[in-house]
Design a protein. Structure first.
Length: 193
């Protein structure tokens, strides 16, 4: 198991994790609530999700991603076109790397990192318990599960240079993210998301 790079050396501040598309959008939309990693972290709290420059072809063909994309497309079509049947993908378009919904090289959302555990419960007796159904449907076997919640998609992705591991946001990127989160929170009805 790899340790988190420089975990104890990072000062306080929002961390950023780079995730390849289409996984990053699935997190931003609130569908994917478990990120699978080969390493673990002690960090908990706000976590900026940056879409990497690379496209994961396996993700494009993953049935969980395809099902979430169909749900997103149907919801979007209902909002934009009433209840008319938009076809299998409607206004969202096909699930491909050329689709404009898939920003790259930018922070696309902020989530809350709630927990991090091994799929097989070997870390301090915590974890999912049964392995196969662990953190279903997004948790994969033989991975560390980073469980996230409260996905807040940014209206305007914030361009960043990504790195492996957890990194701190630059002051400029942090200010842009905070401004968008504040603006989005003001637009929500009381008690709403």
């Amino acid at each position: 198991m790899n340790a988190e790079p420089r975990a104890d050396l990072l000062p306080d501040g929002m961390r950023m994790l780079v995730v390849r598309q289409p996984w990053a959008l699935m997190i931003a939309l609130g569908f994917k609530t478990t990120e699978n990693r080969s390493w673990t972290t002690r960090h908990r709290g706000p976590l900026a999700i940056a879409a990497g420059l690379a496209w994961d072809t396996a993700g494009e063909h993953d049935p969980r991603v395809r099902a979430a994309w169909r749900r997103f497309a149907a919801d979007l079509a209902r909002k934009q076109q009433g209840n008319a049947d938009p076809g299998p993908y409607g206004v969202a378009g096909q699930l491909t790397q050329s689709n404009l919904w898939f920003d790259r090289g930018a922070i696309v959302s902020v989530v809350d990192l709630d927990d991090c555990h091994r799929w097989d419960c070997t870390d301090h007796g915590q974890g999912c318990g049964d392995g196969v159904a662990c953190c279903s449907p997004w948790g994969d076997a033989h991975a560390n599960h980073w469980t996230v919640s409260n996905a807040r998609r940014l209206p305007e992705p914030v361009p960043v240079t990504g790195r492996q591991g957890l990194t701190l946001l630059t002051p400029t990127a942090r200010a842009q993210v905070d401004e968008q989160l504040a603006r989005t929170a003001e637009a929500l009805p009381a008690g709403g998301k």
